[in-house]
Design a protein around this ligand. Structure first.
Ligand SMILES: [Zn+2]
Length: 391
């Protein structure tokens, strides 16, 4: 989602670090703040401003760059722990509000996700503490160096503390969820953490308006929206947990949903209408799946081609919109794998015949599972409620 509007800056061990265009607002803003409040900024660091060799605007840029470097370190700590516990990372995006790690497959155990969330603030706080302790060793050293170390340390401490706010989906909120999940299950823990996050976001927003801080208002909005979408994603994951990808295809649909690569294109729409689906699996000469033909492909083809052409004419377009899945693979994993590659369809390699799983099938399964959700939760907690012996 955030790939749009950002450019690749560099890579760290293969992890792409991208810069979002909103960064262009931070750099001049900090340079400006530095230029205007230079004296105060220097005295805060315990350095007389007149002893500094570097001009204010250079300090502004240095501050902005060290803020970004600190954010990168913070995010890399998340990424390192996430990969260690089986998470998959698509990259890090630096933006106005800090950094976002795109982790497409989260560590599945709540404890591991909690550790992943803790890694960022722990790194920031540790680094900050190290720098501020080291500062005392620099007494009598160059004023410029002392100021740089003071601010680099302070930035990291602030970054660590701020992210520890228990406002889901910020790190503190994720840690809170991990702790709650141990006693109430992931779905309810996420719901509770999201509620705490929303309440904090509203408080932050009100304070932001009162203090006239645009930054705080933006963060409040980010937390408020993020809390809702994370809660939805968590209940999706929990609802589909334990479901086989093959169960997304109902039994009555076990009819060939394929069209041959060399079939006339004119046959596609009647076949789709017959099956009541707006997509068909395109099968090669040996019956192997080659791609997925969607009704809109036919609609977009020139009339001449629709009447006299074959499916093969559209072949290049049909290849990159599906992934192959085997019966027995977990539905959640298959769906996440599709999301990673941007595929819209899953082709189920069922020995009884190829079957197509598309967004409406997943939505239907999800709705059914969510409807069953409370039932499942009750049966899962029942042994505790009726547990033997009083505590
Ligand atoms: Zn973080």
């Amino acid at each position: 989602m955030l790939d749009r509007g950002s450019i690749l800056l560099f890579r760290v061990r293969g992890v792409p670090i991208r810069g979002h265009w909103t960064l262009l607002l931070v750099l001049p803003y900090l340079a400006y703040v530095m230029a205007v409040q230079f004296g105060m900024t220097a005295r805060t660091a315990g350095v007389p401003p007149e002893e500094l060799a570097l001009p204010p605007w250079v300090w502004g840029l240095l501050l902005a760059v060290s803020l970004l470097a600190s954010v990168v370190l913070h995010e890399l700590a998340h990424v390192a722990v996430a990969t260690r516990y089986g998470g998959k990372v698509r990259g890090i995006t630096l933006m106005l509000l800090g950094g976002v790690s795109h982790i497409t497959r989260m560590p599945s155990r709540p404890r591991d996700e909690g550790l992943m969330a803790l890694a960022g603030p722990a790194t920031s706080l540790g680094l900050g503490a190290l720098l501020l302790v080291g500062l005392s060793a620099l007494r009598g050293g160059s004023p410029d160096l002392r100021m740089a170390v003071f601010y680099l340390g302070s930035i990291n401490i602030l970054l660590g503390l701020f992210n520890l706010l228990p406002a889901f989906p910020m790190d503190g909120g994720r840690i809170l969820r991990a702790v709650l999940a141990a006693r109430m299950g992931t779905v309810r823990a996420t719901r509770t953490a999201a509620t705490v996050g929303r309440v904090l976001a509203v408080a932050m927003g009100i304070y932001g308006v009162w203090a006239g801080s645009l930054m705080l208002m933006l963060i409040a909005l980010f937390v408020f929206v993020g809390a809702g979408s994370e809660a939805a994603a968590a209940s999706t994951r929990a609802a589909l947990a334990g479901l086989d990808v093959a169960s997304l295809v109902p039994a009555w649909r076990r009819v060939p949903e394929t069209i041959a690569l060399d079939a006339p294109l004119a046959e596609a729409l009647p076949r789709m209408r017959e099956l009541g689906r707006p997509a068909l699996i395109v099968a090669g000469p040996g019956g192997d799946p080659i791609g997925v033909l969607e009704a809109s492909d036919v609609a977009r083809a020139p009339l001449e081609q629709r009447l006299t052409g074959s499916v093969r004419d559209l072949a290049p377009r049909l290849r990159n919109r599906h992934i192959l899945v085997q019966p027995g693979e977990a539905a959640v994993d298959a769906i996440e794998r599709a999301a990673e590659t941007g595929a819209r369809h899953l082709i189920l390699l069922d020995p009884r015949g190829l079957a197509l799983v598309s967004t409406p099938d997943i939505a239907a399964a999800l709705e059914l599972e969510l409807a069953r959700g409370d039932e499942r939760e009750r049966s899962a907690t029942a042994p505790h409620l009726g547990g033997a012996g009083a505590r």
